[in-house]
Design a protein around this ligand. Structure first.
Ligand code: ADP
Ligand code: MG
Length: 258
């Protein structure tokens, strides 16, 4: 098991937000975390990648407890892309991506500068931002910023990448583009995803979270069925097969006002 979460409990102001979550992500698997707004996805992810210290329970990478790792050690094992990226200081795209290399920098120099530079340039090209190296990060569009942050996560060269709604606020083209970039890295991916059809298209397995608890785990075919979607989101759906991808295609049936 690449990532293993054992019975994590986390409360804020004595309110249980994550209520005993256990899950596993196998090496090379792409696993989505899906659930309504406020169900605890970001809080669970933060309890895994150490922004929060769980009340009880723990997360492990290849059997090693994440809480016991040094920052550098965990950075070599996992890269993280958070939901809110409040970047306060402007910097060039190139420098922003280079930040992802921090765990690989030797304390007393000796890094191969040409190799480091190439890794950063390759990642910038991978996310389709070749030519943007000297652009100011804050001047980028939402999609370009997200892609820069994906590049920063990729240069870390960790096997496990954890993301919190990486395609939030992006238009449909960028949503699929970012997921494609992630998918073709063949890494172990654990990501919260708000769009059910995006989750259906990319995930090997999907974990459904409701009120801080895992209510279901399975392939997109297993979890994206109308009664489960209704239980989670309170909306009726018709699920067909997307002929292009072979994956479940979720069509929403809202209560229209006539
Ligand atoms: P999701 O990512 O699934 O939308 P979150 O994990 O962000 O949900 O939030 C889960 C619940 O915890 C929500 O009810 C939210 O209001 C609450 N919550 C999250 N962070 C805090 C905080 N710092 N203080 C108080 N409540 C919080
Ligand atoms: Mg969230």
């Amino acid at each position: 098991m690449k990532l293993e979460v054992k019975d994590i409990v986390y409360s804020i102001d004595s309110k249980l937000i994550v209520n005993g979550v256990s899950l596993g992500v196998e090496k090379g698997e792409f696993v989505g975390l899906v659930g309504p707004n406020g169900c605890g996805k970001s809080t669970l992810l933060k309890s895994i990648y150490r922004v929060y210290k769980p009340d009880s329970g723990a997360a492990y990478i290849d059997g090693k407890c994440i809480a016991d790792m040094s920052n550098k050690e965990s950075a070599l094992e996992m890269s993280v892309m958070q939901q809110e990226n409040n970047v306060e200081f402007d910097m060039m795209v190139y420098d922003m991506v280079m930040l992802g290399r921090f765990a690989h920098q030797h304390l007393f120099g000796g890094n191969d500068k040409i190799k480091e530079r190439q890794i950063v340039l390759d990642a910038i090209e991978e996310v389709g931002l070749k030519g943007y190296e000297e652009r100011s990060f804050l001047s980028l569009s939402g999609g370009e910023k997200q892609r820069t942050l994906v590049a920063r996560a990729l240069v870390q060269k960790a096997d496990l990448i954890i993301l919190d709604e990486p395609t939030n606020h992006l238009d449909i083209g960028y949503q699929y583009q970012i997921m494609n970039i992630l998918k073709r890295q063949k890494l172990t991916v654990f990501s919260s995803i708000h769009d059910l059809n995006v989750a259906s298209c990319y995930c090997d397995r999907v974990i459904l979270l409701k009120k801080g608890k895992v209510v279901d785990v399975g392939t997109p075919e297993e979890v994206f069925v109308p009664h489960k979607i209704r239980q989670l989101f309170g909306i009726d759906t018709k699920v067909t097969v997307n002929e292009a991808t072979g994956k479940p295609n979720i069509i929403f049936i809202p209560d229209l006002v006539s």
